[in-house]
Structures are given as structure tokens and as C-alpha cells.
Design a protein around this ligand. Structure first.
Ligand SMILES: Nc1ncnc2c1ncn2[C@@H]1O[C@H](COP(=O)(O)OP(=O)(O)OP(=O)(O)O)[C@@H](O)[C@H]1O
Ligand SMILES: [Mg+2]
Length: 264
């Protein structure tokens, strides 16, 4: 059984940053396990934090767009197996790193209905994901993808918040919407990012308790990632965050979280 975990939260709270630190943990400790990272954000920031050179053509959105164009132009031979075609294309766009594979969703292209292709895609991604022990998704900010239920196969959700009211409110809305549309996450993990204020911590702890009481869900505050100057510097000069030293205090904390979240 694979473990599928997604990371969500308000825009700019540190989802991709924490994803990178947790991916570092997986790369370091799960060398014997197959890990798939899915960059589900159309703005696609995962390659940058992982130091991955990418090709704009190698995204799920791009290959589905090409297939749709070919179907519309009628340029495919009769009886052509579109599912097999898509499957072959997907294998070509997976970035294979020594410790994990990466799949990039990319930006939606063109208008019109992708329902047929999305169904094909689902039939390909489901068995593909079975080849992995851990599937980890970095998601775009906002709540729309929850109501579209694109996250229906996710088992556990990490919600990141900073010390802002909007960060806390977004956490509440994510829990509310995901229970409304019956996403049935087995576990909600809350991460406080850039927290250095005891009042903010106790307010967050109260809010989590309220969510637990109201929605009867398994929700747990897993800890706080400190504000870290090396994260800021690496972001500004474009150095991959995954290469931070093991002693970096933000990574040390992420490593502690990784041990709890990811099951051996
Ligand atoms: N703990 C931290 N210490 C210092 N800087 C941080 C920390 N966490 C995040 N940042 C910085 O904050 C900015 C936003 O972080 P990040 O891109 O991870 O957020 P996000 O939630 O993924 O954003 P988006 O909603 O756009 O996807 C980045 O410049 C990042 O380097
Ligand atoms: Mg991000």
C-alpha cells in the first residue's frame, strides 16, 4: 500500500519550502523505497527547490493538450489507442533522480473539455502510483482544487500556516471544504512555518482543537519550522533548497516531522 500525502495552505506560507525539506528527508532516509514527487502547482516551483533542470514540454498539461489537438484535427489513425499513447508519453516526462522521481502537472493549456482525456489520465496515473511507496504532492494555494476533488486519492494532508489570520483562516477553510466534499483524509498534519511567537503558537493550538471538536477529524499539530536565513538566501540566489546542510535548524525540525509523517 502506498502512502499519498499532499501539502496545502494559503499562498506563500511555505508549502514548497517545507515540501523541499521533507523531500530531502525522504531522499536521505528512504533510499530503499520508491518515491514519486508530483508538482501539482501550475506555477511549478518544485524544480527550483530541488535543483532540477526541466523542459517546458515535459508536463502532463502539455502532453494532454497535444493529444487533444490531435483528436480535434482528426490526425490520429482510426482505432488508435489514445490511452496507450498517453501512457507512453507519461513515462517519457517523468524525471528520474537517484532517490525519487518527479512528475510535473504544468499550466492548463487551451480551452474546452478535457473530461475524456482526464479519464484516460486517471486510468494511467492510478496504476502508475501503485509502483511507488510514497507519493508526495506539492499543491497550488487556494481551495479550488479541493472542490474539484482532484485530491481524491490523497490519504493525508499537510496544512501549512504562517502566523497570520489569513493563514489560520485558510487552514480552517481547507478542513471545512475537504470534509464537505468528503475527501476523507485519514490524517491532517498542521505545520506552523516561520513561527517565533508564543502567543501565536497558543492561538494556533486552540484553533486546531476547535477544528478537532467541530469536525471530529484526526488532526495533529506536528511542529514549527523556524524562520531561517539560509532559506531566504538560497531562494534569492537560486540555489536548490534541498542541498541545505543537515545541521540547518529548519531541516532538523523537518527531519523530526518526516520521521513522524512517513511510515517505514
Ligand atoms: N522558514 C522559512 N524561513 C525563511 N524563508 C522562508 C521560510 N519558509 C518560506 N520561506 C520563503 O518564503 C517564500 C514563500 O515560500 P514558498 O514558495 O515555499 O511558499 P508557498 O506556500 O509554496 O507559495 P505558493 O502559494 O506561491 O506556492 C519563499 O521565498 C521562501 O524562500
Ligand atoms: Mg509553492
Amino acid at each position: 500500500m502506498s502512502q499519498t500525502i499532499a501539502i496545502s495552505g494559503k499562498g506563500g506560507v511555505g508549502k514548497t519550502t517545507i515540501a523541499a525539506l521533507l523531500i530531502k528527508y525522504l531522499a536521505k532516509h528512504f533510499t530503499d523505497r520508491d518515491v514519486l514527487i508530483i508538482d501539482g502547482d501550475p506555477a511549478s516551483n518544485i524544480p527550483e527547490v530541488l535543483g532540477l533542470k526541466t523542459d517546458l514540454d515535459k508536463t502532463i498539461s502539455r502532453i494532454t493538450f497535444h493529444l487533444k489537438q490531435q483528436i480535434e484535427k482528426g490526425s490520429l489513425p482510426p482505432g488508435y489507442d489514445k490511452g496507450l499513447h498517453l501512457q507512453n508519453e507519461i513515462y517519457k516526462i517523468i524525471y528520474e533522480k537517484p532517490d525519487y522521481d518527479v512528475l510535473i502537472l504544468g499550466r492548463g493549456e487551451g480551452k474546452g473539455c478535457y473530461c475524456f482525456i482526464n479519464n484516460l489520465l486517471k486510468n494511467i496515473l492510478d496504476p502508475l502510483e501503485e509502483n511507488y511507496d510514497i507519493i508526495f504532492l506539492d499543491m497550488e494555494a487556494g481551495l479550488e482544487h479541493f472542490s474539484r476533488r482532484t485530491d481524491r486519492d490523497v490519504d493525508e494532508l499537510i496544512i501549512v500556516t504562517d502566523m497570520s489570520k489569513m493563514g489560520f483562516n485558510t487552514m480552517d477553510r481547507i478542513v471545512e471544504i475537504s470534509t464537505e466534499v468528503h475527501l476523507n483524509f485519514k490524517k491532517y498534519w498542521i505545520v506552523g512555518n516561520r513561527f517565533d511567537n508564543e502567543d501565536a503558537k497558543s492561538i494556533l493550538e486552540d484553533r486546531i482543537q476547535q477544528l478537532k471538536d467541530k469536525f471530529q477529524i484526526d488532526i495533529e499539530l506536528i511542529g514549527y519550522i523556524p524562520q531561517n536565513s539560509e532559506i531566504i538566501k538560497r531562494n534569492l540566489i537560486g540555489e536548490a533548497l534541498i542541498d541545505v546542510p543537515d545541521e540547518n535548524p529548519a531541516y532538523v525540525e523537518a527531519e523530526r516531522m518526516g520521521r513522524i509523517i512517513f511510515k517505514h
